[in-house]
Design a protein around this ligand. Structure first.
Ligand code: IPE
Ligand code: IPE
Ligand code: MG
Length: 251
């Protein structure tokens, strides 16, 4: 990772960017879209866009650490993405493994705790191995949680939660009428409420990302394709978020 500056004063950093440190999203989630288009625009193969997209992941993750954001969830690979051409999937998995290998020292230096959500058993063994190693190595870190949504689908997540609840009910440990929102939330891969969802490449859809957790999230669309998304674009999204009035159904 290029930017490995020690974490100084996150509030001062936020203020230097014109942001109110008290009103930053606690949990930021990003749909990193547009890698393929970035490459195709240049007449290149799509995988080159994914490779450049990994550089943006590094830069944005570091900036979120510097800003003191508590939780960053990145949509890296969806359940539906398994239907892409096998060659593209293979490149994405290789890039993922490379990213995990190269980022471990930086995560340690930045006190970042890695988390992963999704049907991780579908990932290739090499990816699982480096992922598991990084999860274990960063488990004791107390700074930002970097949560990677890998082989993730919001509907799969809800199905898996239902199965676990049903299994507990079948064992007689849980009465159906005891199932409430807290009980469902507790069975999600990670139930943390999202404050802000950013999607790049100008798209305005959720694509099966965190349907439960983002139920009351603000949604900001950013025009740049993911490999072109800069720290300044992130700042613009955060400024837009801070201008929103969050009402949660109240008056
Ligand atoms: C996002 O870029 C990365 C993944 C979904 C893995 P895309 O690959 O979706 O790029 P576009 O949307 O085709 O440009
Ligand atoms: C969403 O992007 C998934 C990820 C960013 C990993 P897609 O490019 O797969 O979504 P759609 O197909 O445009 O909805
Ligand atoms: Mg896309």
């Amino acid at each position: 990772m290029a930017a490995t500056a020690a974490i100084r004063d996150p509030a001062a950093h936020a203020r230097s960017l014109g942001l109110d440190p008290a009103r930053l999203p606690r949990h930021l989630a990003v749909i990193m879209d547009g890698n393929g288009r970035w490459a195709r625009k240049r007449g290149w193969e799509r995988f080159l866009g994914h490779r450049r997209g990994a550089d943006t992941v590094r830069a944005i993750t570091t900036e979120c650490v510097q800003l003191g954001i508590q939780r960053l969830t990145l949509y890296a690979f969806s359940s539906e993405n398994w239907s892409r051409p096998p060659r593209e999937i293979a490149v994405l998995m290789e890039l993922l493994a490379q990213f995990l290998r190269s980022e471990l020292p930086v995560m340690q230096e930045n006190n970042v705790r890695l988390q992963a959500i999704g049907r991780l058993d579908r990932l290739p063994a090499e990816v699982r191995a480096v992922l598991d190693a990084n999860l274990a190595a960063t488990a004791g870190n107390t700074g930002m949680v970097l949560c990677l949504a890998l082989s993730y689908g919001g509907r799969d997540e809800l199905v898996d939660a239902c199965r676990r609840l049903a299994a507990r009910a079948a064992r007689g440990e849980l009465l159906p009428e005891a199932i409430d929102t807290d009980a469902v939330q507790a069975e999600l891969y990670a139930g943390d409420d999202v404050d802000l969802v950013i999607r790049t490449a100008g798209e305005q859809r959720i694509s099966n990302f965190l349907p439960w957790q983002a139920a009351y999230a603000e949604f900001v669309t950013s025009q740049p394709l993911w490999p072109d998304f800069t720290l300044d674009d992130l700042r613009a999204c955060l400024i837009e978020y801070q201008g929103r009035e969050r009402r949660f159904g109240l008056v």
